[in-house]
Write a protein that binds this ligand. Structure first.
Ligand SMILES: *[C@@H]1O[C@H](CO)[C@@H](O)[C@H](O)[C@H]1NC(C)=O
Ligand SMILES: *[C@@H]1O[C@H](CO)[C@@H](O)[C@H](O)[C@H]1NC(C)=O
Ligand SMILES: *[C@@H]1O[C@H](CO)[C@@H](O)[C@H](O)[C@H]1NC(C)=O
Ligand SMILES: *[C@@H]1O[C@H](CO)[C@@H](O)[C@H](O)[C@H]1NC(C)=O
Ligand SMILES: *[C@@H]1O[C@H](CO)[C@@H](O)[C@H](O)[C@H]1NC(C)=O
Length: 358
């Protein structure tokens, strides 16, 4: 992909418009709820509520306190909820002050694709905090997962070939999850592919000797991510056949993130390979003190604080994107320019879309 600007130019808008007219899908979807399944890229508090609380400066930019999100502000899932006029999602594991009337977030940092046992909480004592029964079928189900399945393999010292070979099993498990949600009534699915793992500071700092591409990303890691996305796409083509009433949108968030990282200046960002928050000795500023944590360096304690201006930075803590980057990515993917079928987020309920896949 050469440039996001070119991709979003007039002709592609026209294509989207014509497609909408052709399939008669001009009515915007009204999702009363969102259920999100994913890892820390969309965790709104699951990990913080259950295991590891995040320290300031997490949350500083928007919530002005750590808000369970592994970033300085809002996540893509927050912008998605906001775009439908829905409240920010409560984390499934957050038992205090949570309100699930408009959905829930099952994302947990470090989670991987494993078959969930009870994906949807039902009634019980939390009845008045739960979505209406019918919302489960009317809701939008969003997915952002896969990154940790791959990263974990590399941290376990598996070879590129071994991690690559594990991909088909991961995407099979993913399909099983989608089918289970479909059986429970879910119909609208918005699925992000996995991002360019090899461009993230934590991977770059951990695998210094792995081959780099022309931009400075770890080439084999991105190749494995791309293979994951290929298999994910194949799985989705099959799911569309198996689940005839489902509207399944595949979102190529990889390309958007890759373009942002490799053309950061062009989009008003800087230092895409340097973690804003935390402390490290090398070019990636990662690995000595975690964001919000401390470490002893040369005999004195240092704090892993924030960089001067997170609003122009791409990467927050070495692993996750900043709020500014999340907003940038959301604005592009919600337009439909990177979706298959090429429909915007607010059209993601249209089953007709099945017929226009390439
Ligand atoms: C939960 O949120 C909904 C929508 O924002 C609101 O109408 C409702 O009063 C809230 N319930 C509680 C118990 O806070
Ligand atoms: C991977 O290899 C590194 C370096 O040899 C070692 O420190 C680390 O413990 C290994 N990790 C695992 C999970 O085996
Ligand atoms: C994939 O799953 C099958 C069946 O569970 C298992 O036998 C196989 O070893 C797995 N392959 C990889 C590469 O993990
Ligand atoms: C991953 O496996 C696929 C299928 O065997 C292969 O085409 C691809 O080149 C492999 N990629 C890497 C990085 O090993
Ligand atoms: C510790 O001090 C040495 C000597 O001043 C310096 O070269 C090194 O970069 C310092 N280490 C860190 C992690 O900053």
């Amino acid at each position: 992909m050469e440039s996001l600007g070119a991709t979003l130019s007039f002709p592609s808008c026209l294509v989207i418009l014509l497609l909408l007219l052709c399939i008669g899908a001009t009515k915007e979807c009204e999702f009363p709820a969102i259920f999100n399944l994913g890892d820390s890229n969309s965790d709104t508090g699951g990990l913080a509520a259950s295991l590891v609380p995040l320290n300031p400066p997490y949350g500083d930019t928007y919530f002005h306190r750590p808000a369970g999100r592994a970033t300085d502000g809002r996540l893509i899932i927050d912008f998605i909820a906001q775009s439908f006029g829905l409240p920010y999602l409560s984390a499934y594991l957050d038992s205090l002050g949570a309100n699930f009337t408009h959905g829930a977030n099952f994302a947990t940092s470090a989670s991987t694709i494993t078959p969930p046992t009870n994906i949807i909480p039902q009634g019980g004592v939390f009845g008045n905090l739960m979505p209406k029964e019918k919302y489960f079928s009317e809701a939008l189900y969003t997915f952002d997962i896969g990154q940790n399945d791959l990263a974990e393999g590399f941290f376990d010292n598996k070879t590129v070939e071994q991690v690559n070979a594990s991909v088909p099993n991961i995407t099979v498990a993913f399909s099983t999850n989608v089918k289970n949600i479909y059986k429970l009534g879910g119909r609208s699915f918005w699925i992000h592919n996995t991002g360019p793992l090899g461009c993230l500071p934590y991977m770059l700092a951990s695998f210094l000797s792995v081959e780099r591409d022309e931009f400075g990303c770890a080439k084999p890691l991105n190749e494995v991510a791309q293979y994951f996305n290929l298999k994910l796409k194949e799985a989705i083509v099959q799911l569309r056949k198996d689940l005839p009433l489902a509207a399944i949108t595949y979102v190529d968030i990889y390309s958007v993130k890759f373009s942002l990282i490799t053309n950061a200046k062009k989009y008003g960002f800087e230092k895409p390979f340097v973690a804003c928050c935390g402390y490290g000795s090398g070019e990636y500023n990662y690995g000595i003190a975690e964001c919000g944590g401390t470490a002893i360096v040369n005999g004195s304690e240092i704090f892993g604080g924030s960089c001067e201006n997170p609003s122009v930075r791409v990467n927050w803590d070495g692993i996750h994107f900043t709020e500014a980057a999340n907003k940038f990515i959301f604005d592009i993917i919600s337009s439909g320019a990177f979706s298959d079928p090429p429909l915007p987020l607010n059209m993601a309920c249209h089953t007709n879309s099945n017929k226009i896949q390439k």
